[in-house]
Structure formats: C-alpha cells, structure tokens
Write a protein that binds this ligand. Structure first.
Ligand code: XMP
Length: 593
C-alpha cells in the first residue's frame, strides 16, 4: 500500500495533515522524529509537521538525519520547514513580525508544487520564527508580505518547505498544494475510507471480549455515536449508558437527551442529577485548567458512585469514552505537543485507567467530520448529527471566573490606546484574560474591545493586525450593544445563579439562530459570560465561528440588524452588554475560558 509518513514535531495540526492526505486518497501514518531509514521503508514521501518550539530552543525536537537522506520527497511545514533549513546548513531567525491567521501568498507559478494555483492565495500562518538563509541547493518559490521565504525548494533532492499550513481549511488552496506534493511523490490516489464501520466493530468486539462497557453519554454527537456504535458492536445487554446532569448543561438539555434516546429505542440509558456534586466541587476554583480538572474528576467520582448504585461489578465493566482525535492532541497527547487545554477525558484518573487498558475509545482516531459521517451510517438522525459541538465541561468553561476584581496593567492599556488612536478607532483592553492559541502553545491574554465599528471586513483586518503585533492581546470584540457606564471587573464564580443566567442567555441565542435560519451556517456559537459588569449587569460574548474540524476557525459575521434585535432580547433578560468576537483561531480558541 502506498504510504506517506507525517513526522510529528508536536504541532497541533500533525494529525490533520495525516487526515488531509487520507482525504486525498493516500494512506498516511504519523511517525516519530526518531524514526530511521528502516522505519520509512515503503513510504512514498514524508511531511514534517509544525511544532510549538523554536528550532533554537534547548531540547527542541530534531529528526533523525536519515529521514532527509532517504531519497524520498520531504515537505516541511512551519517548524518542519525551519528545521530542515537549519539541519541542512541554513539559518532561522526570529521574524520581525509574528504572523497568526490569514496572509496573502504569492507562489512561483512555474513550480510543480503550485501547479494549477492562482497567482495569489490566502494561506494560514502561525509562527514567530522564519527561515532567513537557505541551505545550499535551495531556492525561494513563494513569499508573503511579512515572510520572504514562505516557500522553498531543493528540486534535485525533492525537499520542499512551506512556512504556512496548507493542511488547514482556511488555507484556500492548501489541498491543491498537498495534492501536488503527493503527485511529486508518485502517489496514485487509490486509498478509500471504505467501510470503516466493520473493522471498527471487529476491533471493539476484540477489545471488549468477555466484558461489558459503561459509557457516559452527554447527548452530544460524539458520545451519541460512540453509544450507538457500541450497542451495534456488542449488543445492548453489554452496554450501559449514563447521562450525568452536571449542572453545566444547556437549558432543558438532560430531559431532551433522555427523550431522544427513548424515541430512538435505546433503553439502556440512565440519567442522574449530580449538579450539586459538581457545583460544590467547583466552589472556590477560578482558573480554567483547574476547573477542567475538577469537572473531569467529579465525572469519575459520580460515575463510580452510580456504578456502585447500579451494583455493577467494576471488574466486569470497561469505561468507554467518546473521545475524538483533536481532544487527544490538544491535551499534549502526542509526544512533542504543548498542552493547549486538558480535555476532561484526559484527567489523571482516566490516564491511569488508560494505562491499564481499561478504557475503550471507539472514536479516538477520528475527526469530527468523520464521526458525523459514521453517525449517519449508523442511522442517527441528521438533526442530532449536525448539532453544534458542546464541550464536555459545558458552561463550566464558558462562565469565566475571577477570584477578585482585576485591572489592566497601565503599560498595556497605553500601548493599545496609542494603537487604536493611530488607526482612528475607539476602544479599550478589557480586564479579562482568556485562553488563546498562538503558535502551537496556549496563551492567556486580553481581549480588546472596539466601539462603534460596523464593518466586518475592517473588524477582521484590525483583529488580525492587532493580535499579530501585540502578544498581550489574543482577541478582538465588537460592542454590539451596551448599557451606559464603564466596564467593571467583578469577582465571579461557577455558582448556580450565574450558570442559570448563562443558560438563559445561551437559550435565547440558540433560539435566535433557529428563528433566523442561521444555525446550519455555523460550526458553533459559544455564548460566554465574562466576569465584568456594564451598568451593573453581566456582560455576554457571542463567539460564532465557521470551521470544519475545530483545529482552526474563522469568526462568522452575522447581519448587524439581527444582532441589534438579539441585543434587545438579551438586555430585557438582564444583560449589560453584548460583545461579538471577531478573532479567528488562531490566535483565539473557539471557546473562551
Ligand atoms: P477550542 O476552544 O480549543 O475548541 O478552540 C475546539 C473544539 O473543542 C470543543 N471543546 C471540547 N469538547 N470536551 C469536548 O468534548 C472538552 O473539554 C472541550 N473543550 C473544547 C470546543 O467546543 C470546540 O468545538
């Protein structure tokens, strides 16, 4: 079988590269950088992934030089490109501008890597370093305004490098570049994901031989597909689902989940209200990562208790999880990856069970779009399949907490004011920090608020420019509507009162999407509650995004007149301001937390 190896330097997109290559009809596998000549026997080509390190960092991952001497084509992406440059005698330096998000790329039209491409094309960047001097035998084959050596080639050796990420969907012609590379590798594009279900079911039957499986079912796409798949592979008498109402769900969600499962004929699902356990465990915890850990661990305690109540013999039962591939990568699951966030399926106790082989994860190699495809094959209704994703820790992450009121450091306030003034804009840095992802590592930084701007194209341009130039800012938000007075930072915790308020806001915003026929046009629209007040009332953020696998995302512009209508509804229901996130991912994540 024709194979391409994706060498993993810890980039968040490593497995996305592998996925894209498979989508293009060529089987691909992820390889460790230490792999040598014998490991790549039979491979038609290699792609070097990006990674969170700088090639000059102490301990930065390098590869076995044999990978560059194997005589097969190599394509380096981002860190992979810089590493090739350095290992073969070139130089890498800190770029004068950090590029995150879209950039206009100008390829050399005569190079086969860019066959059939437009003269200029939007590509997705996420880097601080860049190649500065090329090794012997290399030449430039493309550039952007801020990156002179954005694409390079040593044609005689068949080694190529790109500073940007062709694998993410927001690189408009990225697939064409990957396809051209596969062509240069001599691939015949004959591999198909044919009949994934049967081998997966066989694997599950083998893995669960002699045991039963217990699964927490949130009601989202992943756990529902995992539940349906396990029922089909093992039979309902060997599968038990438990839906835990953790108090962090959307309005009416637990009742809806149960109704749906009953309607679909699944009788092996129990529901437990454990909201009091979760809220008391979260009391006094404010940091997002700490909240995630507590929520993950409380899930396990509640699960153990529920198992005891159900009198199931733990020796007989395995734990199943609906974990999908990005969840594993973003928790630092691959060797070199920086921790972006701890996924609730990857907390300590689960890791122990995983190490003992007591966890079944039927969807662990799949991306969201593949899970959906699988769900449709399993006859799960399309309405459920196309539901927006909702994070396991639920509103627990979207309710931003603060032990004490905060202030923005005066130096940053001034830097941002001068920037905005120079651009003729009105706005301010908000005294809130939220997670973002800038260059394969997570950052906590501030949102910058813009007032009186009603132009999506201008907002996008400012969001890209501002977050590229100021690392202390990872998001830009527009003020859609607000009560008078300034923004006041306030203490905030994960309590039932705030969660109920957020639930109401989320419900109004969700109903708005359905009423205005916007739901299907979005990947997701988190509704976030900030630890801020305006006119003494809570501040709400909308984060509508377009994405296809959540690794990258574009903010989605919705019509301003409809947003004005929504603001009126939220104001009547008690909100003090409605803000709108206009940041892509990167540098912002989809969730705020
Ligand atoms: P971020 O915020 O990292 O989110 O851009 C990417 C996607 O992952 C979802 N998400 C989660 N899903 N458990 C989940 O099942 C989690 O802990 C979790 N955290 C984030 C998020 O909603 C988005 O679709």
């Amino acid at each position: 079988m024709e194979k391409i190896g994706v060498v993993d330097f810890g980039g968040q997109y490593t497995h996305l590269i592998a996925r894209r290559i498979r989508q293009l009809g060529v089987y691909s596998e992820v390889l460790a950088p230490q792999s040598g000549k014998k490991d790549i026997q039979g491979f038609k080509g290699l792609v070097f992934s990006g990674g969170p390190a700088s090639v000059y960092d102490e301990g930065a991952p390098v590869c076995n030089p044999e990978l560059l001497e194997g005589g097969i084509p190599v394509l380096g992406l981002c860190y992979g490109h810089q590493l090739i440059c350095r290992m073969l005698g070139g130089e890498v330096k800190r770029g004068s501008v950090h590029e995150f998000g879209p950039a206009e790329f100008h390829p050399d039209p005569s190079h086969p890597l860019f066959a059939g491409m437009s003269p200029s094309s939007v590509v997705w960047m996420s880097h601080g370093d860049e190649a500065a001097k090329l090794p012997a035998g290399f030449r430039r084959i493309g550039y952007t305004a801020d990156c002179d050596l954005a694409a390079v080639a040593a044609d005689a050796k068949r080694i190529y490098g790109l500073q940007f990420h062709p694998e993410v969907t927001h690189s408009e012609e990225g697939n064409a570049i990957l396809k051209n590379f596969l062509g240069l590798c001599g691939c015949s594009f004959s591999w198909k994901v044919s009949d994934y279900v049967k081998p997966l079911e066989d694997k599950l039957r083998a893995q669960c031989a002699g045991r039963k499986v217990f699964l927490l079912v949130s009601g989202g796409v992943d756990s529902t597909v995992a539940f349906a798949l396990l029922n089909r592979a093992l039979g309902p008498e060997r599968v038990l689902g438990l839906h835990i109402d953790n108090g962090l769900m959307r309005k009416g969600e637990s009742a809806d989940v149960l109704d749906f499962m009953k309607r679909e004929g699944f009788r092996n699902l129990h529901v437990k209200d454990a909201s009091a356990d979760f809220l008391s465990a979260l009391k006094g915890t404010y940091a997002p990562e700490a909240k995630r850990k507590i929520i993950g661990e409380t899930f396990l305690h509640v699960k153990d208790r529920a198992l005891a109540e159900l009198r199931l013999d733990p020796a007989e039962w395995l734990l199943a999880q609906g974990t999908i591939y990005p969840d594993t990568i973003e928790s630092g699951g691959t060797h070199n990856a920086a921790v972006i966030k701890t996924h609730h399926n990857r907390v300590g106790a689960v890791l122990e069970l995983l190490a003992q082989g007591l966890v079944v994860e039927p969807l662990a190699d799949l991306y969201k779009d593949e899970v959906r495809e699988l769900g449709l094959l399993l006859d799960i209704p399309p309405k459920l399949i196309w539901r927006h994703p909702f994070p396991g820790p639920g509103l627990g992450v979207r309710l931003l907490c603060n032990e004490n009121a905060r202030q923005v450091e005066s130096g940053l306030r001034q830097k941002v004011s001068s920037y905005l003034e120079a651009e003729g804009l009105r706005g301010e840095v908000l005294p809130v920090e939220s997670v973002g992802v800038q260059g394969d590592a997570r950052t906590y930084a501030h949102p910058c608020l813009l007032r009186g701007l009603r132009d999506w194209a201008a907002a996008e341009k400012i969001a890209v420019a501002l977050t590229n130039r100021l690392r202390e800012v990872n998001r830009v938000v527009l003020e859609i509507g607000a009560l008078a007075d300034g923004y006041m930072s306030v203490p905030a915790s994960c309590d039932r009162h705030s969660l109920d308020f957020l639930r109401d806001m989320d419900d109004l915003c969700g109903a708005f999407l359905y009423e205005e026929n916007l739901y299907a046009s979005l990947w997701q629209m988190p509704v976030v509650l900030l630890p801020l007040e305006k006119g003494g009332k809570p501040v709400v953020v909308l984060r509508p995004v377009i994405s296809s696998e959540a690794m990258t995302a574009r903010f989605a512009p919705l019509p301003f007149p409809l947003l004005d209508k929504l603001w009126k509804k939220l104001r009547t229901a008690g909100a003090g301001a409605l803000l709108y996130d206009v940041t892509h991912k990167p540098p912002g994540t989809i969730e705020w937390e």
